[in-house]
Design a binder for this molecule. Structure first.
Ligand code: 5GP
Ligand code: ZN
Length: 141
């Protein structure tokens, strides 16, 4: 637990939240400032700032909870779909430094954008550049 982390305080029960799911490793609760009805956050109970900091079991537990709640969340608000995503690091827009996956219900004609809209202008990468990036990632795995 991190002393000055809002989500650690929610996990500890020191700050109230509208919890929709709890198990030994994760908590899911409604976002306090929702982008859509049913906007839900899934957090690991352990404090990790970034996705890459989570251990394998914690990462799997977060995705397991996402998998479990997406359908009930969508059905509860009669949504047509949802965006599921994580702002990972300040550069991506992460404001609360405790890993959290957003489930944002979506509705036909709601005027929202797909997840492709989160980045800036698309880079114009050649095949060679794409190959080099793939090789670089592969070498680090
Ligand atoms: P981020 O930009 O870090 O990915 O998103 C943080 C999210 O946490 C925002 O959608 C914000 O509305 C939500 N949030 C911030 N503080 C609280 C809180 O105290 N309780 C709840 N339930 N959500 C919060
Ligand atoms: Zn925390």
């Amino acid at each position: 637990m991190s002393d000055d982390c809002i989500f650690c305080s929610i996990v500890a029960g020191d700050i109230p939240a509208r919890t929709v799911h709890e198990d030994s490793e994760t908590l899911a609760f409604l976002d306090a400032n929702p982008l859509a009805p049913g906007h839900t956050l899934v957090v690991p109970k352990a404090h990790h700032q970034h996705v890459e900091a989570m251990d394998d079991d914690t990462a799997a537990a977060v995705f397991g909870t996402l998998h479990e709640i997406v359908d009930p969340v969508q059905e509860a608000v009669d949504a047509d779909g949802s965006n599921v995503g994580i702002n990972n690091g300040e550069a991506s827009g992460q404001e609360v430094p405790h890993v959290h996956a957003h489930v944002v219900p979506r509705f036909e004609g709601d005027g929202g954008r797909p997840i492709h809209a989160v980045a800036g202008s698309r880079p114009d990468l050649s095949d060679d550049e794409l190959d080099a990036i793939r090789e670089d990632i592969d070498a680090r795995l």
